[in-house]
Design a binder for this molecule. Sequence first.
Ligand code: RTP
Ligand code: MG
Length: 155
Amino acid sequence: SADFSTETERTLAIIKPDGVTGNHTNSVKETIINHGFRIKEESFIQLDEDRVKSFYAEHSSRSFFPSLVEYMTSGPVLIMVLEKGNAVADWRALIGPTDPLKAKVTHPHSVRAICGLNLQKNCVHGSDSPQSARREISFFFKMTSSGHASKHDEL
Ligand code: RTP
Ligand code: MG
């Protein structure tokens, strides 16, 4: 029966360039569906430097930032809006720790343990809070009054 105790929520997921190139797109989407998420929007895009710098602005002073920008622009990504109850926390739990090498030990069934290569090339992104999710979804998609989203690029 339906769980009415948890409010429906949306989060932003990204299959990063290493995930796309490594042919993990279909298996990750299957995992998403099997865990009860609905994929409300999806778009296969190539990010440019400015877009990545803006998306990851919170990390702009970190030493790994230039390398992160290079990585995230190295090939196409699949951005998705996922929906279910508790979507933000549940997607973060499903992807596992940031470092896939640690994930392999502590969360061996997580997406990053299975698909990630190293601390940087970790296959997927997930919004870290409901506030981040709202910011990140509107960063990529423009929501209409009917609740549908369209890519900013298409407007
Ligand atoms: P994300 O934002 O991509 O979902 O990842 P996260 O919350 O688990 O990790 P975060 O701290 O936000 O880092 C963002 C992304 O930067 C790369 N990274 N490289 N020391 C490093 O070389 C390093 N640390 C982080 C990863 O791609 C990480 O997902
Ligand atoms: Mg993060």
